[in-house]
Design a protein around this ligand. Structure first.
Ligand code: UDP
Ligand code: MG
Length: 340
């Protein structure tokens, strides 16, 4: 088990960022001005109760409201609250990556900054970590305040991906989880462009366990995951961990070839038994359109994978940092998020 380094000076109360933190909390922030101060207060309260040296890393994912100003305030208030700010919106997965890249604790907690993941649950995650587990994910026992549409699509999606993906992605989990140092380093070492951290954190392996929790409703603001963002993440999840869509072309091919063989037999039988040929443009048109449709779908699926390969070979940095506060050795401006 990862040893909990009992550093000579307990950081609680001292407010110094010189003590190496035991617990790092990483929270992505995108237009969360309404809730951010409350989140920081609640998170700090919980961390103080736990009593280990800690740090909170807030990653501003190109917010367009007052989130960044609040983050700076929070850093000024307590330097253990550190901030990273992107040059634009790179998406929640990248925000979490930037936080993981900078987290130095023995245990790294990834948590949403909208208080939907209750900070109190971190205590339960830590208890499991002390038992020796290395990846502890919080599993939603209930999803208060989510639309039936989101619950319905999420339940279908998780079940689908569980069946077709090459990794075992646990049901009903978000990004809320605790990673020990080794697991966090392992996750950091994966630098792929289309990140699906839920899948990756199960792909890396390690001793894993779930802790159930009641997911709260959002008390302010609205979900930042629009339908299109959710769809993109969903497709990333599937393409990252499954070749099944690519194989669909083969399956379609066999199915259509089989069907047309039957068609040929039927045509021959008609000729021999009934004495006349099958005529009409409709049959021809339908079969041509059907095949054309299937071919286009397969091309589209190929395109999804090809586009992802293209993104990988470009080797762009995963995110661009505009400003970072509270990190030693990182200049406040223009510290790039390399591929590591
Ligand atoms: N988020 C982000 N970038 C985005 C979208 C969301 O950093 O482009 C953050 C957001 O601020 C929140 C977390 O990711 O802390 C989860 O987002 P949200 O609460 O909107 O998703 P939901 O809980 O509805 O799935
Ligand atoms: Mg949320």
């Amino acid at each position: 088990m990862t040893s909990i380094t009992a550093t000579s000076a307990s950081a609680s109360g001292s407010g110094g960022s010189d003590t190496r933190p035991v617990i790092s909390v990483v929270a992505p922030v995108y237009n969360e001005a309404e809730l951010l101060a409350a989140f920081c207060a609640e998170m700090r309260r919980v961390l103080e109760e736990i009593g280990e040296p800690w740090e909170i890393i807030l990653v501003n994912d190109g917010s367009r409201d007052g989130s960044l100003a609040i983050m700076r305030e929070q850093h000024a208030l307590d330097p253990r609250i550190k901030t990273v700010s992107f040059s634009r919106n790179f998406g929640g997965q990248m925000a979490i990556t930037a936080g993981l890249d900078r987290a130095s604790g023995d245990a790294v907690v990834v948590i949403d900054a909208d208080l939907q993941d209750p900070p109190e649950v971190v205590k339960a995650l830590l208890a499991r970590w002390r038992e020796g587990y290395q990846v502890i994910y919080a599993q939603r026992a209930s999803r208060a305040g989510e639309t039936w549409f989101k619950r319905f699509t999420a339940s279908i999606y998780y079940r689908l991906i569980r069946n077709i993906a090459s990794v075992d992605i646990p049901l009903d989990t978000g990004e809320f989880r605790l990673l020990d140092r080794k697991a966090a380093d392992a996750l950091r070492s994966v630098r792929e462009q289309h990140r699906y951290l839920r899948g990756l954190s199960s792909w890396i392996g390690f001793r894993t366990i779930a802790v159930p929790y009641q997911r709260a409703a959002r008390t302010a603001g609205e979900t930042k995951y629009t339908l299109s963002k959710m769809l993109r993440l969903a497709v990333d999840g599937i393409t990252n961990f499954s070749y099944l869509p690519l194989r669909l072309a083969t399956y379609f091919g066999f199915a259509v070839a089989g069907l047309s063989l039957v068609g040929v037999l039927v045509a021959i039988l008609f000729r021999l038994v009934m004495g006349h040929e099958l005529t009409g443009q409709a049959t021809t048109l339908v079969s041509v359109l059907f095949l054309g449709g299937i071919q286009l779908i397969c091309l589209g699926i190929l395109g999804e994978y090809l586009g992802r390969i293209y993104d990988e070979v470009k080797r762009r940095p995963l995110y661009i940092v505009d400003e970072a506060l509270g990190f030693q050795g990182e200049v406040a401006r223009n510290a790039g998020g390399g591929r590591g």
